[in-house]
Every structure is written in C-alpha cells, then in structure tokens.
Design a protein around this ligand. Structure first.
Ligand SMILES: NC(=O)C1=CN([C@@H]2O[C@H](COP(=O)(O)OP(=O)(O)OC[C@H]3O[C@@H](n4cnc5c(N)ncnc54)[C@H](O)[C@@H]3O)[C@@H](O)[C@H]2O)[C@@H](O)CC1
Ligand SMILES: Nc1ncnc2c1ncn2[C@@H]1O[C@H](COP(=O)(O)OP(=O)(O)O)[C@@H](O)[C@H]1O
Length: 300
C-alpha cells in the first residue's frame, strides 16, 4: 500500500483548543488527588534528565511527584530537590513495589542501558497498570529488542496506555524501515506496529495513535533543539496523564504547552526555561476564579 500523501481526515493541528482538556484544582483538591507522578532516575551521575522531567510534571499540575533512584542516585537527588519526593530503591525493592499508588510513570530519561534497566522497563510494561511515558534510554532498549523482542512484545500486549516520545534518531532506531521523507506515514505505521501512541518529535511533531488519529504541531522555535527539552516534554505529558487526561489529549496538550513555552523563551532557551514559563501560560488558560491575583494598583 502506498503511504498517504496528505494528512488523513482524522488529523488535527495541535492548537490552543487542547487547553480545554486541562484539569484544574477545586476546593476539594489536595496533593494526593491532583495526580501522583513517578519518574525513574538513572545512576548518580545521570539524575539531571529525570529531575527536569519530574519538575515539568509537577509544574504542569501533578500534585505529588516522586523521583526514584538507587541509593547513590537518591542521595544525589536529595541534594538538589525540594518539592519532589525522593524514593531510594534499596536492593530488596522491586520497581513495582515503589510504584504502588502512583497514577502515571515516566521512565527512560537518563535511565541507562544496563540489563537491570531492561528488566525494569519490562516489569513496568507488564506490571504497572497506569499510564506510562517511555522516553530516552527506554526507547533505546525497545529499539535494541525490536518489535519481536521482549520489550516490543510487552508493548504490543500491554492493555494500559503507553506513550513513546522518540526524537528522530530514536524513531529511526525503533522503526528502521521508516522512510524519513514521509514522516507522517512512517509515524502512523510505527504506532500500528508497536500498538502504542507515538509522539514523533522534531521541527514537526506528530502525535499518532494505532487507530490512525493524528495531531500535528510545527509551531515551535528551533531554539528548542537543546539538551533536556525532550525530558521536559516527557514530564509534561506524564504530569497531564497523572491528572487523568486521556492519553491522546495528554500527548497533544503536552506538545502544545511545550511549544508555547519554548516560543516564549526564544533565543537562549535551555530546558529548564520551558518549566519556568509554564506558570504564566497556565495562568492565562485557567478559569477566571483561579487566575493569579493582580497586585493592587498602588502596589509598589
Ligand atoms: N540533563 C541531562 O542529564 C540530559 C540527559 N539526556 C539523556 O541522555 C541519554 C541519551 O540521549 P540522546 O538523545 O543523546 O539519545 P541517544 O544517545 O540514544 O541518541 C542520540 C543519537 O541519535 C542521533 N540523532 C539523530 N537525529 C537526532 C535528533 N533529532 N535528536 C537527537 N539525536 C538525534 C544523534 O546523532 C546521536 O547519534 C538519554 O537517556 C537522555 O534522556 C538527554 O535527554 C539530554 C539531557
Ligand atoms: N529544530 C527544531 N524545531 C523545533 N523543535 C525542535 C527542534 N529540534 C528539537 N525540537 C524539540 O525539542 C525537543 C528535543 O527532544 P529530545 O531530542 O528528545 O531532547 P533531550 O533528549 O535532550 O531531552 C523535542 O520536543 C523536539 O520536538
């Protein structure tokens, strides 16, 4: 079958309308019912990606965000983190033990590629029944296995939602048969192959479901090409999933908020700037009673 030349009818430009899916806190909200997000860190020298991711998930509204790492990584994170809770994974802990009670998980940013990392990704895909975002090294591990390998099969068999967020290099490794000149068709085929929702990133970002639903975004500044910006996107999507958004809405909402934050940051952008721009963006989107109070006119 020849690839479609144009976007299928189900494709939508990802614009401000995705904000209508946002979940806002109300008087009954408390930190445990606004979404609990877990992010798995790599080793003590690789905690930065997971920390960016977790901070983004918290800024976008998840009420409780934990970073999980082996004891040395946990200690390193504890030196840096204030609002994120650190969970040290002791030798007798499985990852699933520590994930009890969380609403969503991001795994992959800075994770590493060791056999233990592989085992952990298999264990969450088969044993964690809440939404998962796979990014970074988790995607490298899936690509190493291929679709017929253990991780590929775990993805295909999984019933609960999972979102893959590859950049171009990761996408090409996940789906080596892809023709890069037809990114839309290749993204759809890859989503079908792994039976999962894909966010294929880059100047043009494509969100695709295995059923053929498509979201397209190409309004982001190229200053976004900076280390860690993808980790922030994974955290934003994870934070929206933790708050209960449907996976397609969480993916498109994350992509849109990320692009708006990037455009506001502009020249000189580094990944943490995207997180810093979220409060202003969210304030503009929030229902009137929730908007930030303006200082009185005579405020100094
Ligand atoms: N603050 C941090 O600690 C950061 C950690 N990071 C982590 O570092 C690990 C390696 O990440 P990489 O993204 O380098 O992944 P990989 O090392 O798996 O892939 C990079 C390779 O893909 C190729 N490539 C092709 N198109 C590309 C594109 N559009 N964007 C990026 N690479 C492209 C590159 O040339 C390179 O050979 C991951 O675990 C990642 O999460 C990065 O996210 C950067 C920030
Ligand atoms: N040229 C570009 N124009 C617009 N957005 C870009 C461009 N290059 C990268 N991006 C965006 O920046 C982010 C980079 O993600 P990724 O490469 O995974 O980062 P990292 O792994 O370093 O966190 C993605 O959201 C991607 O869409």
């Amino acid at each position: 079958m020849r690839p479609p030349k144009q976007a299928p009818k189900t494709s939508q430009h990802i614009g401000i309308e995705w904000a209508t899916h946002m979940v806002w806190p109300d008087d009954a909200s408390h930190k445990h019912n606004r979404g609990r997000l877990a992010v798995v860190s790599g080793g003590p020298l690789q905690t930065g990606a997971a920390r960016l991711c977790a901070a983004a998930g918290q800024r976008i509204g998840a009420g409780w965000v934990s970073l999980i790492g082996e004891p040395a990584a946990a200690l390193m994170m504890a030196h840096h983190e204030t609002e994120r809770l650190i969970l040290a994974r002791m030798p007798d802990h499985t990852l699933l033990d520590l994930l009890y009670g969380f609403d969503a998980l991001v795994i992959g940013p800075g994770l590493g590629l060791s056999p233990q990392c592989h085992k952990d990704v298999v264990s969450v895909l088969t044993g964690f029944d809440r939404p998962i975002v796979l990014d970074g090294d988790a995607l490298a591990l899936v690509a190493q296995d291929g679709v017929s390998g253990e991780l590929g099969q775990a993805l295909c068999a999984r019933q609960a939602p999972v979102i893959l967020t590859p950049h171009q290099g990761e996408f090409e490794r996940l789906f080596p048969q892809a023709n890069p000149s037809v990114k839309l068709a290749a993204t759809l085929e890859c989503a079908k192959l792994y039976r999962t929702l894909l966010v294929n990133k880059g100047h043009q970002t494509i969100v695709a479901t295995p059923q053929g639903r498509i979201g397209l975004s190409q309004s982001t500044t190229p200053f976004c090409a900076s280390a860690g910006t993808g980790d922030v996107l994974a955290g934003m999507i994870g934070g929206l999933l933790a708050q209960g958004l449907e996976p397609f809405d969480a993916a498109c909402g994350g992509v849109w908020l990320h692009s708006q934050a990037a455009n506001r940051a502009g020249p000189g952008l580094i990944a943490s700037d995207l997180i810093a721009h979220l409060p202003d963006l969210l304030n503009e989107l929030a229902p009137s009673p929730l908007k930030r109070a303006n200082p009185p006119a005579d405020h100094p």
